[in-house]
Design a protein around this ligand. Structure first.
Ligand SMILES: C[S@@+](CC[C@H](N)C(=O)[O-])C[C@H]1O[C@@H](n2cnc3c(N)ncnc32)[C@H](O)[C@@H]1O
Length: 241
């Protein structure tokens, strides 16, 4: 089976050929070590169905699709123009690409021959940029954030429950807390919510802060960290292991 780092590389090469700058892609997507960690955690669950929240242009989606070949993968992204990601990141690349994230995801999964296992959905998961600074950055760059709806509840009702969720969307504390709260009832007992960017930098603090608040409310869950990947486990999994 294809290794996660190779799957990631295939995605990056294709997206670069599509005109996206490699450094920009690498800055906003899963790193090679994260891809390995993500897949090694997911394999422990042998999931038939995965929910991915926050696809960007599809690097992590491709890794999931190629390395977890038995799984159906439901994806949600706010699907703003690709340049929106450049407005929000701390590091800037002067991107002015008007195509949207899911345009690239759709092309990529077609190219990789895995599209039939994916359902791509455009919209906000549980909230629309709760952090005022982010809203202003997007509005100042002419990006209309009101064109998408909040669809998480409907998607969870339609496809849930999930054995594994990969949450890699808005990293602000308020957004992560809101996403976790909506998600939790739709994760099977013994399943896991995996989060990206839980390291010691600014974004990591936001994400870990949200998880801490969440765990204070849902005390039967536990949080583990492996590099930049964190995962919330429910009790039955803890009992097993
Ligand atoms: C860090 S990127 C995801 C990177 C991707 N998982 C990868 O590794 O290739 C975050 C993505 O979350 C999306 N996003 C931000 N807020 C969102 C929300 N409330 N609901 C759904 N998607 C959101 C953005 O459009 C962006 O594409």
């Amino acid at each position: 089976m294809i290794k996660p780092e190779k799957a990631r590389e295939q995605a990056l090469s294709f997206l670069t050929e599509q005109g996206l700058e490699r450094e920009f892609l690498e800055n906003a997507s899963l790193k090679s070590d994260d891809a390995k960690e993500l897949i090694s955690i997911i394999k422990e669950y042998n999931p038939q169905k995965i929910l991915e929240i926050g696809t960007f242009v599809g690097v992590s989606s491709a890794v999931l699709g190629l390395c977890v070949p038995q799984a159906q993968i439901v994806c949600i992204d706010s699907d703003l123009p690709v340049e929106a990601q450049d407005c929000l990141c701390l590091r800037k690349f002067k991107i002015s690409n008007k195509l949207t994230n899911l345009d690239f995801v759709a092309k990529l999964i077609n190219y990789l021959g895995i599209a039939e296992r994916f359902a791509l959905h455009r919209g906000y998961f549980s909230c629309c940029f709760p952090h005022e600074e982010d809203r202003q950055k997007l509005i100042n760059n002419g990006i209309n954030i009101q064109t998408r709806e909040i669809i998480g509840q409907g998607i969870c009702e339609k496809y849930g429950p999930f054995e594994v969720v990969f949450l890699d969307a808005d990293h602000r504390k308020a957004a992560v807390k809101s996403d976790l709260k909506l998600l939790f009832p739709y994760v099977v007992s013994g399943g896991s919510i995996i989060l990206h960017d839980v390291g010691s930098d600014y974004w990591g603090e936001q994400v870990r802060g949200a998880v801490q608040d969440f765990l204070a409310e849902y005390q039967h869950s536990q949080f583990q960290i492996r590099g930049e990947i964190g995962f919330i486990l429910e009790e039955p999994q803890l009992a097993k292991g």
